[in-house]
Design a protein around this ligand. Structure first.
Ligand code: SAH
Length: 280
């Protein structure tokens, strides 16, 4: 790529007023209260003691490690994704009756007819985001650099938002169901992630005040790509979303914003909950 080409302008700074002012979406910091999360391992001299998921006899660190090994067997290689998947405790985002299944590669109900996505698909999508043209322009930092600002459509219980917070400088995550938006806020509070911002609003219109985004990711699948997402994607940015590709079958869609225009790539079949307009 020519060195004379102007560098992309993201992560663009979001002014204080833009970050706090709410338009159609109301914004909440996921971390407004004080830190109460225990560290993943408590050091006792030289011994690391894994934290146990309360009341279940589940050694969460060990089962999470097994999950990460399986993800690697499935082809996930990016160290940033592997680190994030090992760090964020999925069982904390689930109702107690489902905690035993937290580290299986399966989607699970989170209420309101919605689901937490499969770890395999979540890590695949994060890996795709990290291969955005903006990241490939910086070969010296490959495998280490964080993405700029990300827009996530479909907060759900907040699991993926927490993961994205590990691989990006800022995360704006939108949810249309108030009950889930509130649940995600509760789930994320103890993690104290100051760069993860939750928005109650219709993700189909995006969040223009945070634009342009280095990456946009949707956890809900529609029939067509909302124009707002393309409008809000930075040059050299990447969008990853499930979309109906052939008939009724959903597939992962990747859209890269290049100087020549938007380049669309359709990947493997996936199954996500539907993208719906308006607030619920
Ligand atoms: N990110 C979640 C997955 C949640 S499922 C995880 O970590 O596993 C997808 C979510 O998208 C649902 O909660 C659904 O309510 C939400 N959704 C669907 N259409 C939406 C829209 N237009 N705007 C915002 N959220 C939407």
């Amino acid at each position: 790529m020519s060195t004379s080409r102007p560098r992309p302008s993201f992560p663009a700074k979001l002014g204080k007023t833009a970050a706090t002012a709410a338009t159609s979406a109301s914004i909440v910091s996921a971390t407004s209260s004080k830190k109460i999360l225990k560290p993943a391992a408590t050091r006792l001299g030289k011994t690391e003691v894994p934290v146990r998921a309360e009341g279940l006899g589940l050694d969460s660190q060990v089962v999470r490690h097994k999950m990460v090994l399986k993800l690697q067997e499935q082809g996930i290689t990016d160290p940033r994704v592997i680190l994030a998947m090992g760090r964020i405790e999925r069982h904390r985002f689930l109702d107690s009756a489902l905690v035993n299944q937290a580290y299986e590669d399966t989607s699970l109900p989170i209420g309101y007819g919605q689901t937490i996505s499969k770890p395999g698909v979540v890590s695949r999508m994060m890996e795709l985001l990290l291969q955005a043209p903006s990241m490939l322009k910086k070969p010296s930092t490959q495998g280490q650099a964080k993405l700029g600002r990300i827009l996530e459509i479909g907060t759900g219980c907040g699991y993926q938002a927490a993961l994205l917070g590990q691989i990006a400088s800022e995360v704006y995550s939108m949810e249309r169901v108030r009950g889930l938006h509130d649940k995600a806020r509760e789930n994320l509070r103890p993690l104290s992630l100051p760069n993860v911002h939750l928005l109650l609003g219709d993700g189909m219109v995006g969040y223009p005040k945070g634009a342009p985004y280095a990456a946009i990711i949707s956890a809900a699948g529609g029939d067509a790509l909302p124009q707002a997402w393309l409008d809000q994607l930075a040059l050299y940015g990447r969008l990853v979303a499930p979309m109906v590709a052939h008939g009724t079958q959903q597939a992962l869609l990747v859209v890269d914003h290049t100087p020549q225009g938007f380049v669309h790539t359709v990947l493997e079949a996936v199954h996500f909950v539907p993208l719906k307009s308006g607030l619920a």
